[in-house]
Design a protein around this ligand. Sequence first.
Ligand code: URA
Length: 476
Amino acid sequence: MGLADATRQRFHVRLSTPDDFDGWRDAARGLAEAGVSPDAISWQVDGEDGELFAIGAAPPEAGASFAVPRDFVALAKAAICHSDPERFALLYRLLMKIRGNRRAMEDRADPLVDRLEKLAKEVRRDAHKMHAFVRFREVEGDHGKPRFVAFFEPDHHIVRREAGFFVRRFAGMHWSILTPELSIHWDGERVSEGPGATRADAPDGDPTEEAWKTYYANIFNPARVKVKAMLKEMPKKYWANMPETALVGELLAGAQAREAAMIERSAAMPAPPPSNADAAWAALRADAMRCTRCDLHRCATQTVFGEGPLDARIMFVGEQPGDQEDLAGRPFVGPAGELFDQALVTAGIDRRQTYVTNAVKHFKYIQRGPRRLHQSPNAGEIQHCRWWLEREREIVRPPLTVALGATAARSLFGKVMAVGANRGQPLSLSDGSEAWITVHPSYLLRLPDESARTLEHARFIDDLKRVRDRAEALVA
Ligand code: URA
C-alpha cells in the first residue's frame, strides 16, 4: 500500500486484551510508518463494546527499523493498562509526535504528555494498592498442598502487569488472585490465567485472617488516626477483602480514649520523645513507600526503608538495596549484608542496637535474562533520595553516622567525598553530629585478589572498632 493510500484510508485495530501492549505496538508502528493520521484509526478490544460495525482496513505491517525513546515505552506500557477507552488513541498521537520530534516527551507542558503521564501514574497507584491490599486466605489445594486465594478489584487492567510482583514475593506458595476481569494462578513454576471471578468465589475467613488482624491491631496507632487519609489510602471498596478492617470500627471507637491514655502515659515517662519519634518514623516510612521522586520506583519491587531502634547511637548508611533487599523489603540482608553482619560481630557491634539504612531506597538494576544486575545510582538519584535520609536522620538523631562507601558519603555530605582520603577520621556533618567514612561491604566482596581481600577486610574491621569506641565515648 502506498503512503498516499494509507493517509486517506480508515483503519480498524483489534486488540486481544485491554492491556495488549504488543498488539498496540505492532499496529501503531505500521500505521505511524505509513503516516496515518490518529483520526483515521479506531481501536477496539476484542469482546468489549465499541464500534460494533467499525469499518476499516487492518493496519499495514511495520518495517524493520522503528525506534522510540525508552521513556515512551515505559509510559506506554503503564498507560495502556488504564481503563480510559481513549488510551490507545492518545498513545498513538504521542507516538506520531515523537516521530516528528524525538524529544516531544520532554515537553511536560504539552497537554497530551501530561494526560498520558497522569494515566500512567494512576495505573502505578492502582498497582501499589494491589501490592498493599491483596489478602490471601488459605484453602486446601492440589495434592494436599495449601493454596492461597485472594480476591481483588483493581480500577485498571493491571493484573497481568503485576503478576510478576506476586511471583517474586510469594514464589514458594501456590496462589491465585481472583479479579472481576481475570484470575491469575501460580503453581510454583508458571503463571496461568483463568476467567474473571466474584468475591463470592474467594474463600472467607481462616487462620491467615487471624494473623492479619493481630498484625493490624498491633500496628494501629491511635494518635495517627486521620480517617480521611486512611480512607484515601485504604479505600472502602477494598475493605471487604481485608480481615483487619473488621477491627477498624472498634479501634476507631476506642481511639480517643487510647490516645488520651497514651498522652498520659508519656507525660509520666521520664524520656518523652520515643512515641513521637515512632509515629513520625512510621509516617515517614509510609510516605517513602509511595515515593516517585525519581524513576527508580518504576522497576523496583518496593521502597527499602531504614530499620533499627530510633534511639540508636550509630546509624549505618549503605548505597542502595540489592536484589535480595528489594524482594525482602529490608536493608543489608543479601551477600553484602552477610559480610556486614559478620564484620559487626567481629568488631563487637550489635546490629540490633544500630539503625541501618541506605542512601537510595530503591534497587537500581538492569535485567540480564533472569538476573537483575546492580547498577550504581547516579548523582540525580542520590540527590532525590537524600530527602528521605535527611528526614530519617532528623528522627533518629544518631550521635555517629557511618557512610559505607562513596554513595553514602556523597548523600550525607551533599558533595563528593573520596573514601580513601577521608576514611578513618571523625568528620563533622551539618547538624553538628559526627560521621565516619569507610568502604562498602560489596567492595570487599568484589576484590579479586585473596590477599587484598584479607588486608582490606582487616582494615574494615579496624574502622568498625574505632566507630564502636567513638560511639561509646560520644554518649558517655
Ligand atoms: N548494599 C547496600 O548498600 N545496601 C543494602 O541494603 C544491600 C546492599
